[in-house]
Design a binder for this molecule. Structure first.
Ligand code: ATP
Length: 427
């Protein structure tokens, strides 16, 4: 065994059905190597004698069904072995879903549409990743629907999206994100514009259903929907709306009995609502940690994984060449609304934004809506986005702004949607 120079190595021998959990400190890097036996990280199998690197802030579980030994190189913030994991329950859930897919195949029906819900930090994203990786490992082509606008696993924060899963998640990088379908929401909590949030959920459901009609594998594979951790009030209503828009068959409730009972009460009786425990390994994340993850996700969009793969461009855009909108006008008291107009209309309204200094650092979505005047404006809210740019500088004198863009000039489209989210490029 050749140790990594300068790094301490610690060997762990894991019994069957146990997991090694570790966290990586802020400026550290940890390498993981499987020495004997078999093991997986969130549903993706490890190759033997290959070193996997995990960067700052990573929180990882190495689970083994049969028993294994692994080495960790470097000094993790914490590392311990746990015998108490809900993995068997998660595997059984996968087996039940797989049964439904087989039946769908036989009866020429559609596969299971599954919504994963629960408060923050119960491991929703991890359960989604696990179920998707297991499904794809047995030859299915499930779809991941990402409705968590705060911590999207697919695109930048402030978006909702759908992605066809064709291979298990990469142990280090997660799912390969090729050609996702992405919609602009604009902020990190659904509460800032719940009407828009529900509208976009419906858009995704419609596109997914259309795809299922023409693609049998996608239909049989079903979908796994990851949701936000906001489970009260309008957040709860948004979950009920999602269940109906996607016509879900199964709801997995993680660690929240009240939510489980409410959903059982409010969803049609044929929807199977299942309560699952959370894993003791799921780590609570602070506000700062969440902000850092969001920042990292935007950086990854422009620079690639670990900032190494892509080289973004920086160029100037004239104000006169683009139209910038914000979706949703500030709400006004019902009594002040013009006759015949409802609060809904204001939340889905496109409000033109006059470029100024305060645009600096904002993330803008480039809408795929055809450029054009008034007539075209109607479809903008429901149009997917084709990419994102960040405003790095605004010159009001010359009426020009500088932007960071993944592709060289010119912009593919000229309708831009502003996000509340800002990104400061430290490169
Ligand atoms: P959110 O509140 O953002 O919706 P969530 O419920 O989706 O959060 P996850 O993102 O799945 O939660 O998990 C939170 C963190 O815990 C992640 O960093 C994940 O890698 C880690 N984690 C999940 N399961 C385990 C485990 N068994 N052992 C160690 N870490 C874990």
């Amino acid at each position: 065994e050749v140790p990594v120079p300068g790094k301490v190595s610690t060997r762990y021998d894991l019994e069957k059905e146990t997991e090694l959990r570790f966290e990586v400190e802020a400026v550290e890097q940890i390498e993981l190597e499987l020495l004997t036996g078999m093991a997986e990280v969130f549903g993706s199998e490890l190759n033997r004698n290959k070193k996997y690197t995990f960067g700052a802030g990573a929180k990882i579980a190495v689970f083994t069904w049969q028993g294994c030994s692994v080495n960790l190189y470097g000094k993790p913030e914490v590392a311990y072995v746990s015998k108490d994991t809900p993995m068997l329950l998660y595997l059984n859930t996968h087996a039940a879903l797989e049964q439904m897919r087989r039946q769908a195949e036989r009866d020429n029906e559609r596969g299971p549409r599954v919504m994963v819900v629960g408060p923050t930090d119960v491991g929703k994203s991890t359960v989604c990743r696990l179920l998707l990786s297991y499904a794809v490992r047995v030859g299915r082509r499930p779809t991941l629907v990402e409705l968590d606008v705060g911590q999207s696993g697919v695109s930048v924060p402030g978006t909702v999206s759908a992605l066809c899963i064709e291979r298990p998640a990469d142990v280090e990088e997660g799912f390969s994100v090729q050609a996702p379908l992405v919609y602009h929401f604009g902020s990190t909590t659904p509460g800032t514009n719940i009407k828009l949030y529900n509208k976009l959920t419906s858009c995704l459901a419609e596109v997914y259903s259309q795809r299922c009609e023409v693609n049998r594998k996608a239909s049989v594979g079903g979908c796994i929907i990851n949701t936000c951790g906001w489970v009260k009030g309008s957040g709860y209503q948004a979950l009920v709306h999602c269940a109906s828009a996607f016509e879900v068959d199964v709801v997995l409730v993680l660690d929240h009995e009240r939510l489980y009972n409410e959903l059982k009460r409010d969803l049609p009786h044929f929807v199977r609502v299942v309560l699952l425990p959370k894993s003791g390994g799921v780590v609570e994340r602070s506000k700062e940690c969440r902000r850092d993850t969001r920042d990292e996700k935007i950086r990854e969009y422009f620079y690639g994984f670990r900032g190494l793969t892509f080289y973004p461009f920086s160029y100037e855009v004239r104000f006169s060449d683009v139209r910038i909108y914000k979706i949703g006008a500030p709400s006004i008291p019902d009594s002040c609304l013009p006759l015949g107009m409802s609060q809904d209309d204001t939340q889905l309204k496109l409000v033109p934004v006059t470029p100024g200094r305060d645009l600096t650092y904002h993330v803008l979505s480039v809408s795929s809506a055809e450029d054009g005047e008034e007539g075209a404006r109607k479809g903008i809210v429901e149009s997917p986005v084709c990419g994102f740019i960040v405003v790095t500088n605004v010159d009001t004198q010359t009426q020009v702004m500088k932007v960071l863009s993944p592709a060289p000039r010119p912009l593919p489209r000229h309708t831009l949607l502003i996000m509340d989210i800002r990104f400061m490029d430290s490169k």
